[in-house]
Design a protein around this ligand. Structure first.
Ligand code: ADE
Length: 223
């Protein structure tokens, strides 16, 4: 899978992509994640990518020309399954959407900054608008990272334990069971007996009960 992220603040994306699981996924060539600096597509000598909105109002709007040029350059090199714009007024991101998008080959994610982007970009270029939740961020970069992380970890081979991604919270409509590791007794807080016994059937029954009760307590809407 290849993800091209277009941003006016590419430095914000540098570290999350160069550490841990996302780093290994790229090293193993399971994912190719390329960040494009919008400013390199600005033609004027000040590299302006944003201007105040027509009609007045607070904040700056990303100009259409650099975005069109960047997207058109990428499209001339390969075809894209989706051109995503991350925005608080987009469709809500969830595990189901992550599963669907993780099967795609080439994606573009466009990050808005400041007050938004010119509407003509949304109408002419964007195929999908995604929000990561009902709150407003200062820009789309963190949302793009959340989406990238959620997709890349689903690619077979990215997470060591083949089963791990399948047993996550949300994957089958339930939250995950609690986890424990050594020591068996930490300051008097003990690991549940059933996990120590090695009876896989009992462990799986316990986990199932835990998942159901946790989901019932925290997320009745999911049951
Ligand atoms: N940009 C600003 N807020 C956002 C949100 N909640 N989701 C996605 N992109 C955003």
């Amino acid at each position: 899978m290849r993800i091209d992220i277009i941003s006016g603040v590419p430095q914000l994306l540098k570290y999350p992509l160069s550490e841990s699981i996302l780093k290994r996924a790229q090293q193993k060539q399971l994912a190719e994640i390329i960040v494009h600096d919008l400013r390199t597509f600005a033609h004027d000598k000040h590299k302006i990518i944003d201007l105040p909105p027509y009609g007045g109002g607070a904040g700056m709007i990303l100009k259409p020309e650099p975005i069109f040029e960047c997207v058109e350059k990428l499209q001339s090199e390969r075809s894209y399954d989706e051109i995503i714009y991350v925005t608080a007024d987009g469709e809500r991101f969830d595990q189901k959407m992550a599963n669907t998008l993780s099967l795609k080959k080439n994606l573009i994610i466009l990050c808005g900054h400041y007050k938004g982007i010119d509407q003509r970009v949304r109408e002419a270029l964007i195929t999908k608008e995604i929000s990561i939740g009902d709150y407003v961020l200062t820009g789309g970069e963190l949302a793009a990272m959340v989406i990238t992380d959620a997709l890349v970890r689903l690619i077979p081979g990215v997470i060591g334990d083949g089963e791990s991604a399948l047993t996550d919270s949300f994957q089958d409509g339930l939250l995950d069971a609690p986890s424990y590791t050594r020591p068996e007794d930490f300051r008097g807080m003990k690991v549940p007996e059933v996990l120590l016994g090695g009876n896989h059937k009992e462990v799986s029954k316990w986990k199932d009960q835990q998942r159901r009760s946790k989901t019932g307590e925290r997320r009745k809407d999911m049951l």
